[in-house]
Design a protein around this ligand. Sequence first.
Ligand code: ZN
Length: 292
Amino acid sequence: MSVTRSSLRPVPAPGLVSGHTSTVAIDPDLVRALHLVSEDRRGAAADAAAAHHVFQTSTIAALMDSRYDGDLTVGEVMAHGDLGLGTLAGLDGELIIVDGRAFVGRTDGSLSPVDPTTTTPFAVVTPFAPGDPVDLGEMDHRALLARLDALAPATVSAVRIEGRFRRLHLRSVPKQRTPYPPLDVVVTEQAEWEVHDLDAVVVGFRFPSEAAGLEVPGWHLHAMALDHSTGGHVLEADIASGRAWMDATDEVHVELPPGVEMTGADAAMREGIEKAETSPGAPDKEHPAAGG
Ligand SMILES: [Zn+2]
């Protein structure tokens, strides 16, 4: 990791700090593998979008810690990228950003455009700058993730898949009211549904296992129908045929809302985060490790 003015500072105490500050545990291996920059909202506003950069607001650990109000608006986040995912204030559904347009998939299975003034408590975007597309044949979810892994040797990868899906198993979460319950409690009341033989676009990111806390480790994918009839967080995607575009990065800029911090090494939250967010089917240990 190269160190910059606003970069992650080493902090000795591992683990999450309860109380007013939500602290994300960062694995030193991740710090070495990524150029990780933290910034406040002023820094984020001055941080221009750049190809192969990932920008995110807040952290998955802050979500696990019930910080659902959001600091930046969806419009502010989209100044940093045209492809991405996340959620909306109050954990109001699954945010999906495709071609610079934002939509939200809700628990009734619907998909709606998002008002760019809506705040987001967690979102990840990139100005998608992929290489040439790769044709995909018929594969179940596990085979699809293995194929994406083979196509994505980089530490962090963004993906866009467009095609016909034999089956999409999606989920969304219901909007929460204060006092907010933690994310691992919210997902126990998530709505799940399946759609079959659907033309859809799937977008998302793969972060390394060391990113647990900062991000969702493994593949985190959101999908929406091309006819905008439905969308949500991908639990399983069995593809009939399509194409995948990949974009690799090691530059991750994180806007930290007031009271959210990143600090030393920890693995304690990982299981809960994976349970809540990681697309199942491709165990982390099967991912190519950072740097080799
Ligand atoms: Zn998701």
